[in-house]
Design a protein around this ligand. Sequence first.
Ligand code: SF4
Ligand code: SF4
Length: 427
Amino acid sequence: MESIFPEWIRACSPSGVSPVPFKPPSQLPIPGWFSEKEWKFLAKPELVNALYRCQRCGICRTAFLKEKGFERVCPIRENYSYLEPYSPRGKISVIRGVVEGRFDLEQYKDKILDIVTKCTLCGNCSDHCIANVPFYENFMVERNVNHTALFEAFRAELVSRGVRFEPYEEIEGKFKRYRNPYGENNKKRGKKRIEGKFLYFQGCTSSFRTTEIGKSARELLDIIGIEYSMLGTEEMCCGSILIRMGFVEEAIKVMKANAALLIEYGFKTIITPCAGCYKTLSLDFPRFTGIRLPVIHISQLVDEAIKKGRIKIDRLNLSTTYHDPCHLGRHGNVYEEPRSVLKAISNYVELLPSKNNSICCGAGGGVKAAYPELAEKIARSKVNKVLDMGVDVLVSACPFCKLNLKLASKGKVEVKDITEIVLNGLA
Ligand code: SF4
Ligand code: SF4
């Protein structure tokens, strides 16, 4: 492992000289203290809040409450010899160092890039931060600190300052040329059909990589009896990967173009089998463009269809467990519906830590694109846990998670999407 030079250790190590001495809340900088002109993406009250309310308590670094399945928080730090700059609080220190002019961006750009791009943007740090855990409420004056929004905004600052990262550039280039991050021909998305007020938004990964998920999702819609439309070659990337890599201006353009198209057709509801599209359409569209769209994930639709008897299922003689995709669970707050479906069709066993404590599969936030081995290593530790549990199938509800988990499983355990396992269990 490449060594971290002394300045970084001094700046970021809990045992070194802390660059962020504890200050009582009354002495902390107030939102607006640094200029919006200079820090276009970071100088927002909620992000300044995330940056300056960090008390360096270290809870986001540490394993705790093992009996509840909390073992660790940050999948990246665990894989970087627990080095401080790769921890959530270390990343916050690094960003503060840059914003405050203590770390020169030009001089240290390679190291800064290495640190901030090694983050899956999973949000587990936010869910463990003392700012967000009710147990600690007496210690904190500010609530709802969102670290992923902070890390994304910092990546956007780097892009706007011309600090470019090659793997991201490559994806952006493909996106500009093909309107999808895989550089694929959009004809592969399938035929356009406008047949109703429900839009099936397949997403890039299920159109070009996990096509089996796209196929089973469409079959399920037919079986449930939903008349749905598809945009075919007109469908474009939702913009998720652009936001995560810091190409926010590009992302806003594509989100607006997407929204204009969806509004023009007058769709009543958008159904997607992708956790990333779900998060982007339901949360990032309003955050960046002010446009609200009615979006549901296919697991929610299937759960309702089972409960209302619109599809009949036979219980499978299989044990299953569920990996919470970060974009659907922690970000989108969809935890119960996929579990309810799996409990209805199989012998379901909970994989701990789960729900908002679940550990990311390792693929998100551009990590799979930039550091495929790291992404696979993170997924492998999850797969190993599933192997220890001895269940038959590891199920997820995100094509990107499935890709990474399947690769890491090396065939030792079956990895399926929720749409596929439901199709298997139809009566
Ligand atoms: S978002 Fe996830 S990967 Fe990134 S610092 Fe937080 S816990 Fe680590
Ligand atoms: S838990 Fe929150 S306050 Fe504590 S070190 Fe981590 S980010 Fe800072």
